[in-house]
Design a protein around this ligand. Structure first.
Ligand SMILES: [Zn+2]
Length: 376
């Protein structure tokens, strides 16, 4: 029982449990695909503006999160999801009697919150590209190597000093690429292993740091206390008393209003982003379950009845493979919207001359004729 209460952070009420930290990380990982999904849905509707954003999605997302996370770190002492789970970051060393984050701590946190995931995702993509992606995983490394040899062969021709330098540069890049290809999986493994080890050590109280990045920054996670919430309320209360701001400085007043509007917008995200994740999860479930298929599967309606042949028309031949116009077996079958099929040359000539369907005598143009690719 003691062990369980330790896992739940029972001994130190301010220490978040591993479960809270993992949940927080999972939520961070869900934000990006959720927003990407919503962007791609709207990109279908407004492709002119959103396709560009979609192509640069990771960079745009990083830029947006830089603003969001900076706002939350500065005002609430934790990242967006950390604050959502009622946590904050504190310095392990007190400076001036306070453990609150300094400007340097905020930027250091941003490097690991926004910069590192972006760089890692780019490196992952690059590794997938040079190692041949899924094809190489299935067919073995030979597939990827063949592609490189092909690429290198392109620059092997040419003479002179410049070509020589180029050739050397290409070879150097090839060596760098090979080294990267060889060692990146190990780096990646170390990355995941270190975070896992930190979680375990944190769970057994061997370290106060829940991740290697926080250790580097000298920051620890704490639960938000009642005093923290009161302090936050006080601060938002302070800024609302804008009328009492020192008089004379119109510019500062304006700046305050802009900052408050921006801050208010960013605070709305506390509701909007979790809703986006919920929406994304719902869509995921919706498309994966057979529930939506059951809703969408309506019985196929009967085809519309063909128009009745006009008494003054050419009439429908008894043999359905015969063209009503020439009386011979159809060649190059073509159809009118009325549903009757003729030889293409016959119906083209007839419609060009008479402008009607020969059977029903309804109006038709040459543009209405549809070629049939399976002989009826
Ligand atoms: Zn014909």
């Amino acid at each position: 029982m003691e062990f369980m209460s330790d896992m739940l952070g029972g001994a130190d009420a301010g220490k978040p449990s591993v479960f809270e930290l993992v949940a927080q990380t999972k939520m961070t990982e869900l934000l990006e695909p959720a927003l990407r999904h919503i962007t791609s849905v709207y990109a279908h509707r407004y492709p002119r503006y959103l396709i560009r954003i979609l192509n640069l999605h990771e960079e745009v997302y990083a830029a947006v999160m830089l603003v969001v996370e900076r706002h939350y770190l500065r005002n609430y002492g934790g990242s967006f999801t950390e604050h959502f789970y009622g946590m904050k970051r504190v310095r392990t060393r007190t400076i001036g009697g306070s453990k609150a984050l300094t400007g340097g701590n905020v930027w250091g946190s941003l490097v690991f919150l926004v910069g590192l995931p972006l760089v890692k995702s780019r490196l992952d993509q690059y590794y997938d590209k040079i190692s041949g992606g899924d094809a190489a995983r299935l067919l073995g490394g030979a597939f990827a190597q063949e592609r490189h040899i092909e690429a290198d062969a392109d620059v092997e021709d040419g003479a002179g000093v410049r070509a020589d330098i180029r050739r050397r540069l290409v070879r150097l890049l090839a060596v760098a690429r090979q080294l990267f290809q060889r060692f990146y999986p190990h780096v990646n493994f170390a990355y995941h292993l270190s975070t896992a080890l930190y979680y375990v050590a944190y769970m057994f109280d061997r370290t106060g740091y829940s991740s290697p990045w926080l250790h580097v920054l000298g920051l620890q996670m704490r639960r938000l206390s009642a005093a923290d919430y009161r302090a936050m309320d006080m601060r938002t209360g302070d800024t609302s008393g804008l009328a009492a701001a020192p008089n004379g400085s119109v510019l500062r007043g304006l700046r305050n209003i802009v900052a408050r509007l921006l801050g208010g917008g960013l605070d709305v995200l506390r509701v909007a982003l979790p809703l986006a994740i919920f929406f994304y999860r719902f869509l995921e479930w919706w498309y994966r379950s057979d529930f939506h298929q059951r809703v969408q599967q309506k019985p196929v309606p009967p085809p519309p009845m063909p128009l009745r042949p006009h008494p003054d028309g050419v009439g429908v031949p008894v043999d359905q493979t015969v063209c009503a116009l020439c009386g011979r077996p159809r060649t190059n079958p073509a159809m009118l919207p009325t549903g009757f099929v003729f030889c293409y040359p016959c119906i083209h000539r007839h419609v060009a001359d008479a402008g009607t369907c020969p059977v029903t005598l309804t109006l038709a143009t040459v543009g209405d004729i549809r070629k049939l690719y399976a002989d009826a």
